[in-house]
Design a binder for this molecule. Structure first.
Ligand SMILES: Nc1ncnc2c1ncn2[C@@H]1O[C@H](COP(=O)(O)OP(=O)(O)OP(=O)(O)O)[C@@H](O)[C@H]1O
Ligand SMILES: [Mg+2]
Length: 332
């Protein structure tokens, strides 16, 4: 029951953290600079922001890289089982304990343990965890003496631990032990053009998985992605792309219509370009048409990178947004 234990899949390829936005690079930079120190790290970020991705990379950048990385999700395991999962048990410790068993701390010896959703850790276990952090000792359930382990603890939460402490639901002393360093991963909506960058990366991964060739995104698709707020962050983006790849015919680019309604509705209204030969057209309409087409072209060329498109067009990013608003290419 490796799955229940929440231990990582051994064969799983670890992805590098993708992203170039300033707030994301700041988080990754801090992670790199503390990777080598053995201090506990707390990763804070909304759901789906890439907390586990960062935790795995932190491990790979550390001197513990050759040793195990063991993940445990505090919210996914019934309270009664957490202690024996983390610390192990001796034979006969409780009904069903047929043999001695190592806990995840011992399995992670020399490496890193990742405690996901640490805010969900029950109070009794918080006290036991504190002891491990203070003494470096774990005691299997039913054992008379503890044993030493050398494990770096990386924990993660989407909750505000300070608030949990204030509400009396999380131990302050444990929080201070866990958050020697806090890494804050920004929400996807704060990461600007990372959306387009991640969309292309995730498209490549989705195509590999589906063994399907989908060459890229149509401009309206990138536009829709850049306008959606992504409350579910990178995980939501990933699901949108998996869905779109499934719905898109082989060899064609993904169009906005292939996304779920929440995203697809963000696509700009399709304004057919008018040919000059269609009949009389005011100079104003002709100019507007041209503006629209040039902007769409710039966005298509830059793969939806709004900053780059703005630079190419000789505008600032806010400046480009303003023009798009005027042209009805953007809903606010
Ligand atoms: N910066 C990134 N680069 C590449 N892939 C990413 C990045 N961030 C997230 N992902 C991908 O997005 C998905 C969610 O990431 P992850 O599981 O690390 O997020 P999480 O914050 O732990 O989410 P949850 O709150 O749901 O547990 C994964 O498939 C992961 O590969
Ligand atoms: Mg997670």
């Amino acid at each position: 029951n490796r799955e229940l234990r929440g231990a990582g899949h051994p064969g799983l390829r670890v992805v590098e953290p993708i992203g170039q936005s300033a707030p994301f690079l700041a988080a990754v930079g801090l992670a790199r600079s503390v990777a080598g120190a053995d201090v506990p790290v707390l990763i804070h970020g909304e759901t789906g922001t890439g907390k586990e991705v960062l935790a795995r990379n932190l491990h790979l950048w550390s001197r513990r890289a050759a040793k195990p990385f063991v993940a445990f999700n505090c919210a996914a395991v019934p309270e009664a089982l957490i202690e024996s999962e983390l610390f192990g048990h001796v034979r006969g410790a409780f009904t069903g304990a047929g043999a001695d068993r190592k806990g995840l701390f011992e399995e992670a010896d020399g490496g890193t343990i990742f405690l996901d959703e640490i805010g969900e850790m029950p109070a009794v276990m918080q006290a036991k965890l504190l002891r491990v952090l203070q003494d470096g000792e774990v005691r299997r359930v039913g054992a008379s003496r503890p044993s030493m382990v050398d494990v770096r603890v990386v924990s993660a939460t989407h909750k505000d631990l300070v608030a949990l402490v204030a509400e009396g639901r999380f131990r302050a002393d444990l929080m201070y032990r866990l958050n020697a360093v806090t890494l804050r991963i920004p929400a996807l909506r704060e990461r600007g053009d990372d959306v387009a960058l991640l969309a292309h990366f995730l498209l490549g991964r989705a195509c590999d998985q589906a063994r399907k060739r989908v060459p890229g995104f149509a401009p309206d698709a990138l536009w829709a992605l850049s306008r959606h707020g992504f409350p579910g962050n990178v995980r939501e983006l990933e699901n949108e792309i998996l869905r779109a790849v499934a719905l898109t015919p082989e060899g064609e680019p993904i169009r906005a219509a292939a996304f779920s309604e929440r995203v697809a509705d963000r696509a700009p209204p399709r304004v057919p370009a008018r040919a000059l030969s269609d009949g009389p057209i005011t100079l104003k309409d002709a100019v507007t048409d041209t503006e629209r087409r040039v902007i769409e072209g710039a966005l298509a060329r830059t793969g939806g990178n709004v900053s780059q498109a703005a630079r190419d067009l000789g505008l600032t990013r806010p400046g480009l947004y303003k023009v798009m608003e005027r042209l009805g290419m953007r809903d606010t």
